[in-house]
Design a protein around this ligand. Structure first.
Ligand code: HEC
Ligand code: HEC
Length: 133
């Protein structure tokens, strides 16, 4: 906090007290909605939220971005794992809509709802089979 105040003071002096400096400073870069023909389930999310969902999936399945994505082209649907993942997104969304409609995700939680990829996957690419299999 003190460092920030000091920075502001220095910046104020440095810019000769120009009010435009504070105008620029107060304006956080406007996040944009991720809008793409190959975003079919996670629609209407701001870029940081969308990125968070991708991170949640990575952690829930214990995989990397490259497991589902063609190298160098996130929009491409040529990786079959991505298509499976999209079906899973649809399924997870449907479960939440039908059975947990009142759950409001807290900041940092998946926007999908109470049931997430982690609920079933628990850090594994393929969920465990029941005991005895
Ligand atoms: C388990 C599979 C999976 C993993 C792992 C994954 N993604 Fe995705 N990604 C998807 C799916 C599925 C979509 C499309 C979602 C939809 O249709 O709503 C997507 C969409 C995207 C898009 C939007 C592309 C477009 O159409 O413009 C970006 C960007 C992206 N992912 C980045 C990442 C990054 C970065 C990582 C790693 C941190 C990552 N993804 C990890 C499955 C995955
Ligand atoms: C209700 C439980 C459940 C949820 C929730 C769930 N999955 Fe799955 N998922 C499964 C099961 C079961 C399989 C194995 C299917 C099979 O054996 O054919 C699987 C398989 C997969 C596979 C293929 C793995 C492989 O072995 O090739 C991917 C990719 C995947 N899930 C991604 C996701 C993502 C991403 C999410 C969250 C959006 C998610 N899953 C949510 C149950 C779930």
């Amino acid at each position: 906090m003190r460092t920030r105040a000091l920075f502001l003071t220095i910046a104020w002096v440095f810019t000769g007290g120009s009010p435009s400096f504070f105008h620029v400073f107060a304006q956080a870069p406007t996040p944009t909605v991720v809008d793409s023909p190959t975003v079919k389930v996670l629609t209407g999310l701001m870029a940081p939220e969308f990125q968070e969902e991708m991170n949640h999936m990575v952690q829930a399945l214990g995989v990397t971005c490259g497991t589902c994505h063609v190298r160098g082209n996130f929009a491409s649907d040529d990786n079959p794992k991505k298509l499976t993942a999209r079906r899973m997104l649809e399924m997870t969304k449907a479960i939440n809509q039908q059975f947990f409609p009142d759950h409001k995700p807290k900041p940092g939680e998946s926007v999908l709802g109470r049931v997430t990829c982690y609920t079933c996957h628990q850090g594994e690419a393929t969920p465990k089979l029941p005991p005895g299999h």
